[in-house]
Design a binder for this molecule. Structure first.
Ligand code: ASP
Length: 607
């Protein structure tokens, strides 16, 4: 880590600079009183600045007045201290501190600002988060938060350097813009100069970055702020930051290589680890089939297995109905889970999949260790459904799943995607419960060949899985023509780390007619196309190059590197999970006059 080279007039060194070789030098330091101790009339303070901590000693016998004044110092007072660097007495060195061999004997003390008692102890890791957010400027003084923000800077800086070296230009795009169809609600801003009209804050700079390709800029990036009005979770914020990239004359593989190189650099420079490349690749279909997720956590093995064949002729009506109705039957063997999963717990899990994922149930077989009876190999199977299975089915199931004493087998019987998804969630929960996940593993992976379109029953129409600008695979264009929309695959890819989506992108449509066709399939008629996307369609008719791109979530990436629990830990001034900035109290009610200026009449009262 570089030392702060810019100290200007107030100080000669930072609080992390002084070592044995400085002994005897006169120095001036500035910072906050971190701790103060009175040792038989001798005051010791730990002086803290952004770089570190230095011990200051006020000796009454050397500088009486200054020592006297030091008695009044309190935690978080801001001071300027001059003095002489001295070695600490043998045996009093602090090996944990970079400056632990020395101390500064104070000869001058200037209190630059007194501090009130902080509302919480700054070194207490268990402080309530609301209190921290309300006084974020204090929270950010703490070691972990300073480390996180430095790390964030390092990741952003590495990104800029890496992309600059490869000819990418950092170009800003408007924050006041048009609605973008990225799948969330827009934040709207009324325009005073154009009564009755609104800007939308960008959910992503998607159309602008594509238009920059039409404009011939060829390689664009931006560390871009994006705004999405969604319900918040631990890893979501209404405004967040993306490393946004777009380039012309580029194929899927080029973008994946570029991002692998970027992540190698970021992990090397910020965490000192070498990540292996190329990352494994898995199609969406494979990921769903094997892991029940489009962002599979591949740090542990247990995989989903199709057991439809075993039960194709079964007397068990529930399985048969699903199979005969075109659904699938998948199973998952939670190896060694029997001891950890009581019947009550399994009931709770069933409730969980029902309420959370709308599953009809969670069929299971538990085989407790030591329960197999002589001559009856399946006697130990505990399950509400095995009584409907024939012995042949049981034997085939056990063999296919490697089912043994001590295991719990789960079933997912439903339409393909739902069956996979539910078992995928069960898989993650088992891994958590059984401690299958190795602590330090970094499992990167590309998931490719996503479907282009999905059917939304709520909207009763097709919606874009990535976004409407994503290119269908050339070999699937006949399926698009034939109206087999669900079968069309996209040239879209996500980069996944330990079961989390780090980012995603696609090769784009650059032909006007194909783009118009996709809008039509998405239920956007010609008039609406003109109104909402006329600029893009028009631009495509003036020589748009083939292009594609990707965006990585910067907050999430930094969170993972920092080992933080939530992205709020790596954002200087985040909103809480109700979308409120507790420090400034934003969002606030706006007075009538200001609203009238932008032609808004509020019908809501703050709740
Ligand atoms: N605009 C997309 C997103 O925000 C990323 C991309 O396609 O480049 O998810």
């Amino acid at each position: 880590m570089l030392r702060a080279p810019f100290l200007a007039m107030y100080r000669t060194h930072s609080c992390n600079d002084l070592r044995k070789e400085h002994v005897g030098q006169s120095v001036t330091l500035c910072g906050w009183v971190n701790t103060n101790r009175d040792h038989h009339g001798v005051i010791f303070i730990d002086l803290r600045d952004r770089e570190g901590v230095t011990q200051i000693v006020f000796r009454p016998e050397e500088n009486g007045d200054v020592a006297e004044a030091s008695h009044k110092l309190r935690g978080e007072d801001v001071v300027q201290i001059s003095g002489r660097v001295d070695s600490r007495l043998p045996g009093t060195e602090n090996a944990k501190l970079a400056t632990g061999d020395i101390e500064v004997i104070a000869s001058e003390l200037k209190v630059l600002n007194k501090a009130d008692v902080p509302p919480f102890p700054l070194d207490d890791p268990k402080v309530n988060e609301d209190l921290r957010l309300e006084h974020r400027y204090l929270d950010l003084r703490t070691g972990p938060m300073q480390r996180n923000l430095k790390l964030r800077h390092r990741v952003a800086k590495t990104t800029r350097d890496y992309l600059d070296e490869r000819g990418f230009l950092e170009i800003e795009t408007p924050v006041l813009s048009n609605p973008t169809p990225e799948g969330a609600r827009d934040f709207l801003v009324p325009s005073r100069l154009n009564p009755g009209t609104f800007y939308a804050l960008p959910q992503a700079p998607q159309q602008y970055k594509q238009l920059l390709q039409v404009a011939g800029l060829e390689k664009y990036f931006q560390i871009a702020r994006c705004f999405r009005d969604e319900d918040l979770r631990a890893d979501r914020q209404p405004e967040f930051t993306q490393i946004d990239i777009e380039a012309s004359f580029i194929a899927e593989q080029d973008i994946q290589d570029l991002i692998e190189g970027l992540l190698v650099r970021i992990f090397r420079e910020s965490r000192g680890v070498e990540i292996p490349v190329p990352f494994p690749r898995m199609t969406f279909e494979d990921a769903m089939n094997r892991y029940g997720s489009d962002k599979p956590d591949t740090r542990f093995g247990i995989e989903l297995v199709d057991v439809g064949n075993v039960f194709r002729e079964s007397q068990f009506k529930v399985f048969r109905a699903v199979l005969d109705g075109g659904g699938v039957l998948k199973a998952l063997n939670a190896k060694g889970a029997a001891a950890a999963l009581s019947k009550e717990q399994l009931k709770k899990w069933e409730e969980w999949v029902k309420t959370e994922f709308g599953a009809k149930g969670l069929a299971y077989i538990k085989w407790s260790a030591g329960s197999a009876a002589e001559g009856s190999p399946f006697a130990g199977w505990e399950s509400p459904i095995v009584k409907f299975f024939s012995d042949t089915e049981k034997a085939a199931l056990a063999e296919r799943m490697g089912f043994a004493e001590g295991d719990v087998l789960f079933f997912g019987a439903d339409k393909w995607e739902s069956a996979c998804e539910v078992l995928g969630r069960v898989r993650l929960r088992c891994a958590d419960l059984l401690g299958f996940i190795p602590a330090d593993a970094l499992n990167f992976l590309w998931v490719t060949d996503f479907p282009l379109l999905a059917f939304s029953p709520e909207e009763s129409k097709h919606v874009a899985v990535h976004h409407p600008f994503t290119r269908p695979k050339t070999e699937d264009l006949p399926l698009l023509e034939a109206g087999e929309y669900r079968k069309v695959r996209a040239v879209a890819y996500d980069v996944v780390l330990n079961g989390m989506e780090l980012g995603g992108g696609s090769i784009r449509i650059h032909e006007r007619d194909l783009q118009a066709k996709i809008f039509t399939v998405l239920g956007v008629g010609p008039e609406e196309q003109q109104h909402k996307f006329g600029h893009l369609l028009k631009a495509f008719s003036f020589g748009a190059p083939p292009h594609g791109g990707i965006a990585l979530g910067l907050d999430r990436l930094v969170m993972l590197i920092a080992g933080a629990e939530s992205i709020r830990e790596v954002i200087a001034f985040p909103k809480n999970n109700r979308g409120v900035d507790l420090m400034t109290n934003s969002p606030v009610e706006i007075d009538f006059k200001q609203l009238r200026e932008v032609y808004i009449q509020s019908t809501a009262k703050k709740g």
